[in-house]
Design a protein around this ligand. Structure first.
Ligand code: S3P
Length: 431
């Protein structure tokens, strides 16, 4: 994989594309497939590095996974108590979802396991799952008192708890629900705003008793999970790069087929529409318990907006590319209540500010967000993905409206969530 990309400005986006499968749904399909009874068949699984880390983790615990032609993955589930003790450390790579969800899932097993990750993941906060899991009876050790990986887990009996999460985080919620499958009573998680609900939907798809309520969710243990067929929709977080690209390059009109539009993930559509973006959802349908649509995007004049509150978790991974859209909007965009961005793959407030500034944009970092004044001319420059997949792809989109070619370094990381991004980015443009 080349680690440097040179993007020439311009090139309308026309026609139809399909983006790879949803990263969050792919993780959950593999996890629940492994814990299900019987076979799970997954179509359209994302083969990004993050998801491959999850697959390898289960292979290492004795789960048979067969790759078949036609993008079919067959998982021979071992049931809730059928996993084997892994013989080696589980490497979660760059994937926060793998590490946090696996911490919950492994806490109630009858064996010992160790989770680690790359240099970025080993800096990300883990106490948000370690503390409540410990409250359920889990035995987990980690660096800095359990804040940082490697994490060592000695499986133990668990009790159901009620946990009030300080942040709206699907990773925290999902870790506790997965642990809750092994608890002696119900597990309830409350969160300040609703985070993505893919775990709830897929747990229910596999037969678990999950009951959402206003402000949280309760999982009742006791039911076995049954292997199912899962079709993974395209990832709206990957589609987002093409949505913004088509909005900002004049003359563009693009259809992105088969994208997941779950309301807990579709904040990007609401935000871009509020900015004046012409976006239509075509042929809305449901697929394995998840809403799906084709997304039609037409080039539009954008204006600045204010973004905060409940909208933030519904678009949490899209702020890098939203800040790019804001650079080409008339007026000021203010992003607030988004402190979580500081603990993503990189500190995304600092990363986007430094790289957009290098291009000549008017941006100011705030503790919990950013202020972007649109309308500055972006120049030819050398920028970096900083090892963060979504920063790299956002810089590629920004480059489409720069005055000259933009060179982006450290771009191999885009394979984390979007293998084939650069090829699709080239193929979807008329240059
Ligand atoms: C994810 C949840 C989000 C998101 C991440 C994937 C998931 O993290 O940023 O890319 O699959 O549950 P948080 O739940 O920590 O906000």
């Amino acid at each position: 994989m080349r680690d440097l990309q040179v993007i020439r400005p311009g090139g309308r986006l026309r026609g139809e594309i399909q983006v790879p499968g949803d990263k969050s749904i792919s993780h959950r399909a593999v996890m629940l497939g492994a814990l299900g009874k019987g076979e799970t068949v997954v179509r359209g699984l994302l083969r990004g590095e993050d998801n491959l880390a999850t697959l390898e983790a289960f292979r290492g615990m004795g789960v048979e996974v067969l790759d078949e032609p036609g993008d079919v993955l067959r998982i021979r589930g071992r049931g809730l108590n059928g996993l084997q003790e892994p013989q080696d450390v589980i490497d979660c790579g760059n994937s926060g979802t793998t590490m946090r969800l696996m911490t919950g899932l492994l806490a109630g097993q009858r064996f010992f396991s160790v989770l680690t990750g790359d240099r970025f993941l080993r800096k990300r906060p883990m106490k948000r799952v370690v503390v409540p899991l410990t409250g359920m009876g889990a035995r987990i050790l980690g660096r800095a008192g359990g804040e940082f990986a490697p994490l060592a887990l000695k499986g133990s009996p668990l009790t159901g708890i009620t946990h009030q999460s300080a942040v709206a985080s699907a990773q925290v919620k999902s870790a506790l629900m997965l642990a809750g499958l092994y608890a002696d009573g119900p597990t309830t998680i409350r969160e300040p705003h609703v985070s993505r609900d893919h775990s709830e939907r897929m747990l229910r798809w596999f037969g678990a008793d999950v009951r959402p309520f206003d402000g949280g969710v309760t999982l009742y243990p006791g039911r076995a999970l049954q292997g199912r067929e899962v079709t993974v929709p395209g990832d709206i977080s990957s589609a987002a790069f093409f949505m913004v690209a088509a909005l900002i390059v004049p003359g563009s009109e693009l259809i992105i087929r088969q994208v997941g539009v779950n309301p807990t993930r579709s904040g990007i559509i609401d935000i871009l529409r509020a900015m004046g973006g012409q976006i239509e959802l075509l042929d809305q349908r449901e697929c394995s318990g998840e809403p799906v649509a084709d997304i039609l995007v037409r080039a539009s004049d954008l204006k600045g907006v204010e973004i905060g509150g409940a909208l933030v978790p519904r678009a949490i991974d899209e702020f890098p590319v939203i800040s790019v859209a804001a650079c080409f909007a008339e007026g000021r965009t203010v992003i607030r209540d988004a402190r979580e961005l500081r603990v993503k793959e990189t500190d995304r407030i600092a990363s986007m500010c430094s790289q957009l500034e290098a291009l000549g944009a008017q941006v100011e970092a705030r503790d919990d967000g950013m202020v972007i004044d649109g309308g500055s001319e972006l120049g030819a420059a050398q920028v970096s993905a900083l090892g963060d997949h979504r920063i790299g792809m956002s810089m590629a989109v920004a480059a489409l409206r720069a005055r000259g070619s933009v060179t982006i370094s450290e771009t191999a990381c885009t394979a984390t969530s979007f293998p084939g991004f650069w090829e699709l980015f080239d193929a979807s443009r008329e240059v």
